[in-house]
Design a protein around this ligand. Sequence first.
Ligand code: ADP
Ligand code: ASP
Ligand code: MG
Length: 476
Amino acid sequence: MNNLLVMKFGGTSMGSAERIRVASQITAGERGARPVVVVVSAMSKITDLLLDSLRRAEAGDDVGLEADIEKLRERHVAACRELLPPDGHEAAIEAVHRLVGEFQRIAGGVLMLGVRPPSSVDEAIAIGERLSALLMAAHLEAWGVRAVAVSGADVIVTDAVFGSASPLMEQTREKARQLLLPLLEAGVVPVVTGFNGATADGRPTTLGRGGSDFSASILAASLDAAELWIWTDVDGIMTADPRLVPEAAVLDEVTYSEAAELAYAGAKVLHPRTLAPLVDRQIPVWSKNSFALDKPGTKIVSKLDAQEHGPRAVTSMASVALVSLEPASAALSGTKAMARALEALSASNAEVLMLSSSSYRQNFCFLVRKDELAAVLECLESTLSLELAHGYLRPISVDENVGLLSVVGEGMKGTQGLAGRIFMAISRENVNIIAIAQGSSELTISIVVRRDGLEKAVQAIHAECRIGEQAHLHKE
Ligand code: ADP
Ligand code: ASP
Ligand code: MG
């Protein structure tokens, strides 16, 4: 389909009746000119509420669970009343009750059994997105724009890694086209739930926290969209998280590689896996602010017209842990230990955020997300049990009091003296550097520092490299 626009609205852009109204206006405006597929997140904080409710249910807290469910119902019923005309909201309110009832049924099972099976969690938390899709589709319809709510489970086929599933692109392409193209041809706007999918045999899955961006890019690629617009609550991709660095500036354009590195290194504005499905088809992506419609946003493209030198952005991740391994005897080569450890990491399904090795003692360390640490340690301990038991390896050491900062930019390649300036900036703040890594692409320098120095170090690098001031240089 020619000229298809996929638009994703994040949690804050769907956070209230007023915000859903704005999202619908944007959709109606674009729909006038071309076919549009909308992908929505749950209303802000709803996924957290659903996850909390399930934890309460597991712990047997039926009173807390009931209170949470009431909050869930209240917020969506109130939004229905505000969004829809009085003669039109009864059906939508009934549909809200049905979906909340579905959640209640799953949470009731968790309460009774005292366990939270991952597949039930995925089925339950997708109800946040199903509720918001329902509201948006009903509002568009009431406004004269034909629209229908679609569950991601009916269009995105994934593997069975519950909580962090990956799409099976060929099957998804087939399913998405089969269901969505006829709707588009009939002039209907599909409002698809972000975040969720289902295995080929129909078991519900989710794509990981923040995964609605990924849903949107999976659908944009599957439908050969002309563009993907991701609506959020900041003016685009910025030179740093504006909550940490008030001077952060919006980047007019970034490359797929830069955006992917930034997202991977903690820039929450994009889910880390968003860009992968789009690169081959070179589908342009815009990051835009639904709270400031006059701002152009950031365009993500294959190549910049002119590349300035130096870093383009600095990001950080606080919830990480550094795992170190060290051979204890010459009987085990460092390379072998590393190979075995990587095998264990791959079995754990965890992502290695950074890896570094040096010294003749052949010790090496890698960084993982804190919420993946338990799985990583379990796999390492079982894969390396013999080496550990026989003393060929020293006990695995874990440091959770660390943070990762990453400096990113295609123009860093060949920029002399840059690493020196970065390290100077960090050391002036008396922040201790624990580990360093730079890939041979020279796109990212990753630095592990003490956790309490992380924010200071990010601010110092942003100032020292004058990153904010350089944001628009390539446009001049
Ligand atoms: P949404 O709910 O729309 O998906 P998110 O909260 O997931 O929005 O992402 C947007 C937030 O990402 C912003 O409010 C901002 O605080 C944060 N952020 C972190 N790093 C960056 C960055 N480099 N550029 C822009 N925003 C960033
Ligand atoms: N609602 C989900 C979350 O909060 C997915 C998303 O918003 O992208 O993680
Ligand atoms: Mg997000």
